[in-house]
Design a protein around this ligand. Structure first.
Ligand SMILES: [Zn+2]
Length: 288
């Protein structure tokens, strides 16, 4: 019974200066890969399903499945909705057992983002569930794995004063900020604004979240964690690694290929990639 809320999983991370990885899943193999990786590394973990992928598996199937597997884990797990864009998807994730919600109103006006986030916090908090929201805008939409678009064209840096008033007005439990990263795999390397991160962290009462981790170097991750990041969303690069491994496996088979040849490659590659990131984020050996 180790399903925990987002607030519970992030508080020790903020205190002890490590980050908990948020890993998205699209299948049962990927769920098992994330949980087994976390258990082997003795690390807390956030198992997430994105609103962007809801056309593949419906919430009433994937959330209860994630919850069931999470409850059997030997490490703390938060089952999280990633980038909930609508009121109905947030309510649906709550209904089917999510213990963390990310409501993403970052493309709305500040006022509308506050209004919606506050309403969602009120409902989720009544159920003992915590909420992450986003202020500023991390470039590119979640779910678009690649692109040669310019990061700067879609990036809105988080304003520190606005972040403070947003937290006060909404009572949000964790805040995704925009300091130079982009979703997906971009040709352009992101440049992180560490001075801005330090300033937001100095003022923020809640743990800070970094999205768009795929182009970020391990050194920059460590620097970001040292300067206040407690949760990191990492998906596109590992998704790419899994697909490359499947491609290689299929190329190496002479003759007939079968679906059951693919699943173990997905599991093994995702697990190894998640384990590697857990060690970079410093959340390994935090659970005894
Ligand atoms: Zn994101």
């Amino acid at each position: 019974m180790t399903l925990v809320s987002l607030k519970e999983i992030l508080e020790p991370a903020r205190e002890q200066k490590y980050a908990v990885g948020n890993f998205n899943v699209l299948s049962i193999q990927m769920i098992k890969a994330v949980i087994d990786a976390a258990e082997e590394e003795k690390s807390p973990v956030i198992l997430a399903f994105g609103d962007a992928h809801s056309d593949r598996i419906s919430f009433d199937i994937i959330f209860p499945l994630m919850v069931k597997i999470a409850k059997k884990a030997k490490v703390p797990v938060t089952v999280h909705l990633d980038h909930g864009k609508s009121f109905s998807s947030v309510i649906s994730a709550l209904r089917y057992g999510a213990s963390g919600i990310m409501y993403d109103g970052s493309s709305l006006s500040y006022e509308k983002n506050v209004q919606n986030t506050r309403e969602i916090c009120k409902i989720a908090h009544a159920l003992g569930i915590s909420v992450e929201a986003e202020i500023g805008h991390v470039a590119m939409e979640e779910g678009n794995p690649d692109g040669d678009a310019q990061i700067e064209d879609d990036l809105i840096y988080t304003n520190p004063e606005e972040a403070v008033s947003f937290i006060e007005e909404t009572h949000v439990d964790a805040l995704a900020i925009s300091i130079g990263t982009a979703h997906g795999i971009c040709l352009e390397k992101p440049k992180l604004d560490f001075d801005l991160l330090q300033e937001i962290n100095r003022l923020s009462e809640v743990p800070l979240v970094l999205h768009g981790g795929s182009g970020v170097s391990d050194n920059d991750f460590k620097k970001a964690i040292k300067n206040g990041i407690s949760k990191i969303n990492f998906f596109s690069r590992t998704s790419n690694a899994v697909a490359e491994a499947v491609k290689q496996k299929l190329n190496n088979i002479n003759g007939e290929v079968y679906y059951q040849d693919i699943d173990p490659v997905v599991y093994k590659t995702y697990k190894e990639n998640v384990k590697e990131k857990i060690r970079v984020f410093g959340s390994n050996n935090m659970i005894f």
